[in-house]
Design a binder for this molecule. Structure first.
Ligand code: F6P
Length: 547
């Protein structure tokens, strides 16, 4: 068999499997396979993944595993862990995994491994010094507030994990995240704080992000109004960056600069010094537990066979639904208030990684990563879930549910569990016209009334979903959860044949934004397109300020 015919046969088998499984309602798959729930579920501590509500059968699952082998997933995974320059457009390695366990690269990159460990020690010693009130401000006051200035990967990770781990938050230190460039947030924040008791973190790997640079300048002005002494900045300002020289030129002293490396992408950087505000909030011990949780999933991803490998299975199911069921978006529904920011975090992780259009040889690819969105349950049920029960649109769905809830409110958590599992049940089972009609007749409606109303109460069901149970929200399980999705995204990048680790697509908006700002500052708008120029004219009229 030639390579081409071998390739084709892989896709023929997938296609045949898809046709076969589409012939049946998901409920039929369950009736045909009594042990389906057991067969298509996987327990990898601290997770239990039930993917039995996916439109797969034995042939489809086998074909998907063969597809992963055909894409040489294991070799490409190992190449990442070993520090090969898999980010080919930037000629960089991808080693965020080394931040959770640098022993992975001790032999191949001993110097880097040492730097990772020494930087981690420096950062956590600083955390301990601030949280133990050994590190005081310029006027000798205790640090009570931290302003963390950063956006994208320099914001989402710490922010999301801090709200997920609210139980571990240090009540003596309040962390304030300043990501967007909105004076409404800035004035409200700075009016409530005293520079003497504030630590200001500038989190920017590139040290060029316009929002972060402008916010840092504004906060510095505010800071200098109270503490004009040049010395003052030394005790209060910290930089998290790969550009230490630029941070020193800003005025931040070397001992307060915590380095980042090019082999850690922004959206993969919460494990790095970008995690400093998070560590200040939850403490160094809990931060280390987050790293350990991620390392446990790294080990699983590296060692488990493909058909028992959780990120691989999640990635294959996403590929399967996109390629063969034409689903282009993934809805992530954390049934946990503390995980409400998880969808926003995963949006950057997934969409900035796999929102690409060409492969390593520059050829256009067939598919890219999904549109990712979501919201906390049970709120989603009182909002957009109606559309997925009766509407004409579809979505891939990841339900995420902690098994343990708050010990004081067990009744709420029991209702949370019941609602989450019931949503997946309802999407799976639906309600037939007969069922709806009989229910209405039982309420006393006559046949004609029941027939009319029943049409509005039927639901097709047959909607797939994943159910991911997390034993409990802890630093360890949160590290594991983010690593699980990181590796899922990695696998999907291999399946879609895209580079998951560059982000050239964000450059155009940045450069056009800079150009537009220049036009606004000089009022030279002739070079602008008619739409933009017209909009700017209107805004200038309405805002009574000339932008
Ligand atoms: O959105 C583009 C991006 O470069 C992200 O990848 C990154 O996390 C964010 O901007 C912030 O970048 P920096 O940390 O360099 O300021």
């Amino acid at each position: 068999m030639t390579q081409n015919s071998k390739d084709q046969s892989i896709f023929d088998v997938l296609e045949t499997a898809a046709i076969e499984v589409k012939k049946r309602h998901l409920m039929t798959l369950f009736s045909e396979q009594p042990n389906r729930a057991h067969t298509y579920s996987l327990n990898v501590e601290p997770f239990f993944l039930d993917y039995s509500k996916q439109a797969i059968n034995k042939n489809a699952f086998k074909a998907l595993i063969n597809f992963a082998k055909y894409k040489e997933l294991e070799a490409k995974r190992d190449a990442m862990f070993q520090g090969e320059k898999i980010n080919h457009t930037e000629n960089r390695a991808v080693l965020h995994t080394a931040l959770r366990d640098s022993s992975q690269i001790t032999n191949s990159f001993p110097q880097t491994s040492l730097e990772i460990e020494s930087t981690k020690t420096k950062m956590l010693n600083f955390v301990d010094a601030v949280t133990s009130q050994k590190h005081l401000g310029h006027t000798g006051k205790v640090i009570t507030d931290v302003i963390s200035i950063g956006i994208g990967g320099s914001f989402f990770g710490p922010k999301m994990l801090q709200s997920a781990l609210i139980k571990h938050n240090n009540n003596q230190i309040k962390i304030h995240y300043l990501a967007n460039i909105d004076g409404e947030q800035i004035v409200h924040l700075l009016d409530s704080l005293n520079p003497e008791t504030c630590l200001v973190i500038v989190a920017s790997k590139s040290w060029t992000t316009a929002e972060t640079q402008l916010n840092a300048q504004s906060v510095l002005k505010w800071f200098n109004n109270t503490l004009p002494q040049k010395e003052a900045i030394k005790k209060h300002w910290v930089a998290l960056t790969a550009k230490s020289k630029q941070a020193e030129e800003f005025g931040i002293q070397a001992s307060m600069i915590f380095p980042m490396w090019d082999f850690v992408g922004g959206r993969y950087s919460v494990w790095s010094t970008i995690g400093l505000p998070l560590a200040l909030s939850i403490g160094s011990k809990a931060f280390i537990q987050i790293l350990e949780g991620a390392a446990s999933i790294d080990k699983h991803f590296r060692e488990a066979p493909l058909d028992k490998n959780m990120p691989v299975i999640m990635a294959l199911l996403g590929y399967w639904q996109q390629e063969y069921f034409n689903l282009n978006n993934l809805m992530v529904l954390p049934y946990s208030h503390n995980l409400k920011s998880l969808p926003a975090y995963l949006q950057q992780l997934d969409m900035e990684s796999n929102g690409k259009a060409v492969n390593s040889t520059g050829d256009e690819v067939k598919n890219s990563g999904p549109i990712l969105w979501g919201a906390e349950g049970t709120n989603c049920q009182h909002s957009f879930m109606q559309l997925f029960h009766q509407g004409k649109q579809s979505s891939m769905i990841d339900f995420i549910l902690p098994a343990k809830g708050h010990e004081q409110y067990q009744a709420q958590h029991k209702l949370m569990i019941a609602n989450c599992l019931a949503q997946a049940q309802a999407l799976l089972q639906g309600k037939t016209l007969t069922q709806a009609t009989n229910e209405l007749l039982a309420t006393g409606l006559n046949q004609e009334q029941a027939n009319d109303l029943a049409k509005h109460k039927t639901m097709p069901g047959n909607t797939s979903s994943n159910m991911l149970i997390i034993e409990e929200i802890t630093p360890h399980s949160m590290g594991a959860l983010l690593a699980l999705y990181e590796h899922k995204v990695f696998c999907q990048g291999i399946f879609f044949d895209v580079n998951s680790f560059d982000q050239w697509g964000v450059e155009l908006g940045k450069s056009l934004g800079k150009n537009l700002l220049d036009c606004m500052e000089t009022s030279q708008t002739e070079s602008l397109d008619p739409s933009t120029s017209n909009l700017l004219d209107y805004i200038n009229k309405k805002s009574e300020q000339t932008y």
